[in-house]
Design a protein around this ligand. Structure first.
Ligand code: ADP
Length: 399
């Protein structure tokens, strides 16, 4: 069975075509970028072949998707002989609100709810829905499934998701913590338990998904009980360009001083803040590390602040869970950046965290135990694969 996985943003479409028979295999993948701009980008990489990149204007999502489908069946470049070989389509959908504690097969009702949630996720859900509707037109008889970033966190207890603001805003507008990256947190926790031969139902796990967007989740007996992102992904950790937790009074003060309107505040906290804002160098951790090695003090400060916040959340979630069995690092930074992992785990022996620094220093993009054998808490890097989760969910629900 072949599954096309789509992640539609407001101006981009990431795609992967996977064969899900026996062992999953990625047949082709790529990205359509800068949709609607004068100069669009299309990349395509078929299994075992070189990546190709084409620059051409891509006016809208439907033209972008058409390009993807045509390339997949192209006599020279393609990996399929006909579109009939696509058996299902899985969509990453950012916000499932309280409607979707699980992935869902797309029907009229699901689309109406995803649309309604565009109110609280205006940057993501409308683009996700556009992806679904376009695919319905292009592949009318193929089942489609939506997998939500928020679903895994629907098990949070109410005391963890209610904000300290008038309750009416929860009732009227659904303002509460939802959390994101759910597919990744769930996937790496389950994968680690499988590798260790553990039953997740006995375990307390803290998962650190550290990428451009970053979040931490406390998992008790396989269920998310708290997570660092909130009503939107801007909450929690300092990230690449997002501010994370912030004194709201400070924001009001800056807005008054700089005479910022709401759009500008939005841009400030989502696009200009985080390690980019602190360092003035980059949001990319590789570039920050290079700058730090060259003596840039603010790049070092940005890395220190990031590691400090991750450490704070691990401490907080250890308290919430009443102990921890396993801490997992994943995402581009979590899987690769040994400096950050070392800085996070430093001086945590009191809790039972002790890294083998030599193993840590050479571990990149692999499933590896980093803690010393005598440490009370296991620390691991686990590679995440959100597309695979979406494909597996799509297989499960599309029959
Ligand atoms: P997202 O999926 O949220 O866009 P990723 O999970 O791909 O982000 O993570 C991107 C981040 O991971 C970037 O800051 C990048 O610098 C960092 N990263 C990737 N590889 C490495 C590496 N080898 N060493 C340090 N950081 C890395």
């Amino acid at each position: 069975m072949n599954v096309l996985v789509l992640n539609c943003g407001s101006s981009s479409i990431k795609y992967q075509l996977l064969s899900m028979d026996a062992q999953p295999v990625i047949l082709a993948k790529g990205i359509v970028e800068k949709i609607g701009l004068p100069c669009g980008n299309f990349t395509y990489k078929a299994e075992g072949r070189d990546k190709i990149a084409i620059e051409q204007p891509i006016a809208d999502h439907s033209i972008g998707m058409d390009l993807i489908l045509k390339t997949l069946v192209d006599p020279k470049l393609g990996v399929l002989s006909s579109l009939n070989e696509i058996n299902a389509v899985g969509h990453r959908v950012a916000h499932g609100g309280e409607y979707f504690p699980e992935s869902v097969k797309i029907d009229k009702e699901a689309k109406a709810k995803i649309k309604a949630l565009g109110e609280i996720a205006p940057l993501h859900n409308p683009a996700n829905l556009k992806g679904i509707e376009t695919m319905e037109q292009l592949l009318p008889s193929v089942p489609q499934v939506a997998v939500f970033d928020t679903s895994f966190h629907q098990t949070l207890p109410k005391k963890a998701y209610i904000y300290g603001i008038p309750y009416e805003y929860y009732e009227k507008y659904g303002v509460r913590k939802y959390g994101f990256h759910g597919t990744s947190h769930k996937f790496v926790a389950e994968k680690a338990c499988n590798l260790l031969g553990w039953d997740i139902r006995d375990k307390k796990i803290i998962t650190c998904h550290l990428g451009n967007g970053a979040s931490i989740t406390a998992i008790d007996k396989g269920k998310s009980v708290d997570t660092s992102m909130g009503f939107t992904p801007v909450a929690g950790l300092v990230m690449g360009t997002r501010a994370g937790d912030l004194d709201l009074g400070a924001l009001i003060y800056i807005a008054q001083k700089e005479k910022l309107d709401l759009n500008e505040i939005n841009t400030l906290v989502n696009k200009k803040s985080g390690v980019q804002g602190i360092s003035g160098v980059s949001s990319d951790f590789r570039e920050l590390t290079t700058a730090w090695e060259n003596g840039n003090e603010r790049a070092q400060l940005a890395l220190d602040v990031f590691a400090y916040h991750v450490k704070q959340y691990i401490g907080a979630y250890a308290a919430i869970l009443n102990g921890v069995d396993l801490v997992i690092f994943t995402g581009g930074i979590g899987e690769n950046d040994f400096y950050i992992r070392e800085a996070v785990c430093e001086n945590m022996e009191f809790l039972g965290i002790k890294l083998d620094k030599k193993i840590n220093a050479v571990t990149r993009g692999a499933d590896v135990t980093l803690s010393t054998p005598d440490a009370a808490i296991k620390v691991m890097t686990i590679t995440t694969d959100e597309e695979l989760v979406i494909a597996m969910e799509t297989v499960r629900l599309s029959h």
